[in-house]
Design a binder for this molecule. Structure first.
Ligand SMILES: [Zn+2]
Length: 269
């Protein structure tokens, strides 16, 4: 073995020892943190096993959307099917986007989690939410070329200091090894909050609100784009984003959200 090779081998062994030492230190630090700040449930603040998790009671309060679901809207269907099924709502009023998927219904515990993320600056759940979204959106993630979060208006971003959709997009991109492009969609005008608006008012509110900046068109054209949002309410925002991306040349536009408002008349399984 040459002297240089021996040097490299010695250096590698040293690095291995250093990284094992760092791992032991991190483990010890976590044990100390557990003692000082024991992990708490994201919702009820009861004690749980690990950081950024839910207790069993709160977990059972999340209304997960499981198959069978409409292949276009991602809403649950009342009957089992081995084939891809499109709901009557999607046939009557087809969305601009290709497919939407969401982890759970926007009610109960999920609504509390999203409110805490958006308005309470509580980001410790992002890793868990990203894991849920990667699972619920496995079929839309497969084949996606880029991930684009729904952008916030500059003023809202300034007052809230972060965009919850961008936080989720970054975590999902990392987990699924897909590049996230937080600037590929831009909100070009301020839109009043959608809360309390009817479906038609929401559609009008966000029409023409987005643009793909010139410098990002090359990243979007002929690509399969996956839009990330926290909640799909009527789908007006997702449709406005999808329309903008398709006009910029996107081949396919799917949407993945943490929660979706589901018509209360849609039966629970
Ligand atoms: Zn809990």
């Amino acid at each position: 073995m040459s002297e240089q090779t021996q040097d490299i081998a010695r250096a590698r062994a040293g690095q291995g020892r250093a990284s094992r030492f760092r791992a032991r230190c991190a483990g010890a630090a976590l044990k100390v943190a557990d003692f000082i700040l024991p992990p708490l449930c994201l919702v009820c603040r009861g004690s749980v096993q690990g950081y950024g998790g839910l207790c069993a009671r709160c977990w059972s309060g999340v209304d997960f959307i499981e198959p069978p679901r409409c292949d276009r809207l991602g809403i649950p269907l009342p009957f089992p099917s081995d084939e891809l099924v499109v709901s009557a709502s999607a046939l009557a009023d087809p969305p601009v986007y290709d497919r939407a998927r969401a982890v759970a219904r926007y009610d109960g515990v999920m609504r509390e989690l999203i409110h805490a993320l958006k308005y309470g600056d509580r980001h410790e759940g992002v890793a868990l939410f990203a894991r849920w979204m990667v699972h619920a959106g496995a079929d839309v993630i497969e084949g996606a070329d880029i991930i684009v979060p729904v952008p916030l208006a500059r003023l809202r971003l300034w007052s809230r200091r972060f965009n919850q959709a961008a936080l989720l997009a970054r975590a999902i991109g990392k987990a699924a090894s897909i590049p996230d492009r937080p600037f590929a969609l831009k909100r070009i005008r301020r839109t009043p909050s959608q809360v309390g608006l009817s479906a038609r008012q929401r559609r009008r509110n966000v029409a023409g609100a987005f643009r793909v900046p010139e410098c990002w068109i090359r990243d979007v054209a002929d690509r399969n784009v996956l839009i990330i949002d926290d909640v799909i309410t009527t789908g007006a925002t997702a449709n406005a984003c999808a329309r903008t991306l398709k006009r910029a040349g996107a081949a396919r536009v799917d949407v993945l959200a943490l929660a979706r408002v589901v018509d209360p008349l849609t039966p629970r399984l």
